[in-house]
Design a protein around this ligand. Structure first.
Ligand code: GLU
Length: 602
């Protein structure tokens, strides 16, 4: 849908980003000063290239590769590998992800799907307890071999570098190898996340050895190493992805899934999975068309199925395009954001899944006509939720659609990581990757230093679910929403994404509206307080909003606001009208992220 072109670039004061180099690589001794990690700024503006990540080590690794002449794809893989060391519970080679790439050469956007895939032997009723006939409780599904999907990240790196990068894998892995071998300084987030997983890690010999120190979380300010992961990365550097999918790492993964390394005497019931080495050998990355949504003169590119991110953000934007958000009181704009999110989630829950297994009315879901139909359901007051799914099929291929019988749920827990990179030539990467929960399945591959995902809990446990039931070879539906925005001339405007379970979608949607409609700079758009409705009766709302006149006005419209802190954890890069790049990360949420540019403004 294109109405009119309104590019509003916020002329915000840019904060020049300077980041210290020189990682602390030694263990603390009484005679040494306490080690410090790299400095961390949430905003950086300048030229030549930009990286925004959830952690300064990841951002610095990407910057190092840009400095050495790598492009945005090279830098994104380097940053991803570094985050696998310093943020090992959010995303790693034990998981998968989605990379959206804009090529300055061709002007085209493509996506690389390295989503985890169910082993061939997976049965639809895998998550039903045979004794009770009910779904196995979530935490038991999570901490099991059953939930582990075949990891796709390494093949994704390989394909991205081969098709879109300029450097070989062994070169971009060097910063991460140094970090894993030499060590990094634990921060409060790492300590907190380890503490939250301590009891699980304690029950696996490999996780206890890799992530705990004397059975406890390492303390913030200490230096830790992961020599097993350094060795694994060196194997990848030497042999490429083959060693991961057909060699010794494949064997170790299949063994850990089928025979989880539970500590003798542990009372934890860890169900084994059925992954075989052949499942790893068969894993394929899929390069897919992005979703594309025209919105007020911008083209919004996102991730298509099996992610629900691109279509749900796109549908909500199409609905919102019928309102002049910038001319409305903020409270009314947020009311419309809540209602459009709820409608888009009703449709997402009904229709999205793995396109290799189900027919998805993607064209219909993203059509202006379907959005217009859905928009008529929005009134001045809050609707009663959950709202029913609409029928996008008539706007797709004309097939009369059957209303879905059993819409799926939108799970809100979990975590992942997002990084955004732009290089001096104008290439852009928006990359979200994950092992699902913070700490994934809790199972570390013995001797290799990385956690396995629990991505298959993103399937509905109910085998009768029409769109997202488990099946061998299937990819579970995702909410990850790596996004790139181009202007009417095809030039990049911004790129961003977030972790946060299904709330990824609403965080990305709100940042898009803040930046593209409401005149906020990208740093302002990211920092602004968020709310999130996933088509449920209550709207998760950050404290700054809930306690404000805006919150009171939303309540007066009938919205049930429930206090929720830390919705999403966004990073992005904006392309300023004067040609500068502005990297932006969360200033506060979840400890804040890290933004760097190659040549900062002074
Ligand atoms: N498993 C989630 C998804 O693919 C990502 C992890 C998260 O919840 O943040 O949607």
């Amino acid at each position: 849908m294109t109405t009119r072109f309104r590019r509003r670039h916020p002329a915000t004061a840019a904060i020049a980003g300077t980041c210290a180099v020189g990682l602390a690589l030694a263990l603390v001794t009484p005679t040494q000063a306490a080690p410090r990690g790299p400095d961390k700024e949430a905003t950086a503006t300048g030229h030549g290239g930009a990286v925004a990540a959830l952690d300064p080590y990841g951002a610095q690794a990407g910057l190092e590769i840009l400095r050495r002449g790598g492009n945005a794809v090279d830098a994104a893989v380097a940053a991803s590998a570094a985050l696998g060391v310093t943020r090992p519970y959010d995303g790693s080679i034990g998981g998968g992800g989605f990379m959206v790439i804009y090529s300055a050469d061709t002007g085209e956007v493509t996506t690389i799907d390295s989503r985890e895939t169910a082993p061939a032997a997976m049965e639809p009723d895998v998550f039903i307890d045979p004794d009770t006939g009910s779904p196995i409780p979530f935490q038991e599904r999570r901490v099991s071999g059953l939930s582990v999907g075949v990891p796709g990240l390494v093949r994704g790196w390989e394909q991205a570098l081969t098709d879109h990068g300029t450097m070989p894998l062994h070169r971009v892995l060097q910063p991460a190898i140094r970090l894993a071998q030499g060590g990094f300084v634990v921060d409060d987030e790492h300590q907190r996340r380890t503490e939250n997983n301590r009891d699980i890690f304690h029950d696996f010999t490999s996780s206890r050895e890799t992530f705990l120190v004397d059975g406890e979380a390492p303390e913030a300010g200490t230096v830790i190493r992961n020599r097993d992961l350094a060795r694994t990365y060196r194997l990848l550097a030497r042999h490429g992805a083959t060693v991961f999918y057909e060699g010794e790492i494949a064997e170790a993964i299949a063994d850990a899934v089928t025979n989880p390394p539970v500590v003798p005497g542990s009372s934890r019931n860890v169900r084994p999975g059925e992954m075989e080495v052949a499942d790893l050998a068969d894993y394929e990355v899929i390069e897919r068309e992005p979703t594309a949504t025209s919105y007020r003169g911008f083209e919004i590119y996102g991730m298509g199925p099996p992610s629900s991110g691109g279509s749900t953000v796109g549908e909500a934007l199409n609905i919102l395009e019928g309102f002049d958000l910038d001319e409305l009181p903020h409270e009314e704009a947020l009311h419309l954001l809540i209602e459009s999110s709820a409608l888009a989630f009703a449709d997402r829950n009904a229709y999205l899944g793995d396109p290799s297994f189900i027919d998805i009315p993607l064209r219909g879901l993203l059509s202006d006509e379907f959005a217009a139909e859905r928009r008529t359901l929005i009134g001045a007051d809050a609707s009663t939720k959950p709202l029913a799914a609409g029928d996008p099929w008539p706007y797709d291929d004309g097939t009369p659609g059957a209303a879905p019988a059993d819409p799926a749920t939108a799970r809100t827990d979990g975590s992942t990581t997002h990084l955004t990179v732009a290089d001096g030539a104008g290439n852009v990467v928006s990359y979200t990757f994950t092992i699902e929960q913070i700490g994934g399945s809790g199972i570390t591959v013995p001797g290799y230093g990385f956690l396995l995902n629990n991505e298959l809990t993103d399937f509905e446990p109910d085998p009768d679910h029409p769109a997202n039931a488990p099946a061998g070879g299937k990819r579970p539906r995702s909410s990850m929403s790596p996004t790139i925005v181009l202007d009417a001339d095809g030039a990049p405007v911004a790129a961003f994404g977030s972790p946060g379970g299904a709330r990824i979608i609403t965080a990305v949607l709100q940042v898009a509206v803040n930046h593209l409609d409401l005149g906020m700079s990208l740093p302002e758009a990211i920092a602004a307080p968020r709310l999130s409705n996933l088509n449920g009766p209550s709207t998760g709302t950050e404290p700054e909003l809930i306690d404000s006149p805006v919150g009171a006005a939303l309540t007066a419209r009938g919205h049930q606001l429930s206090a929720l802190t830390g919705i999403g954890n966004v990073t992005g890069v904006a392309f300023l009208p004067d040609g500068r790049l502005q990297a932006a990360a969360e200033p506060v949420r979840n400890g804040g992220g890290s933004a760097v540019v190659l040549h900062p403004d002074n």
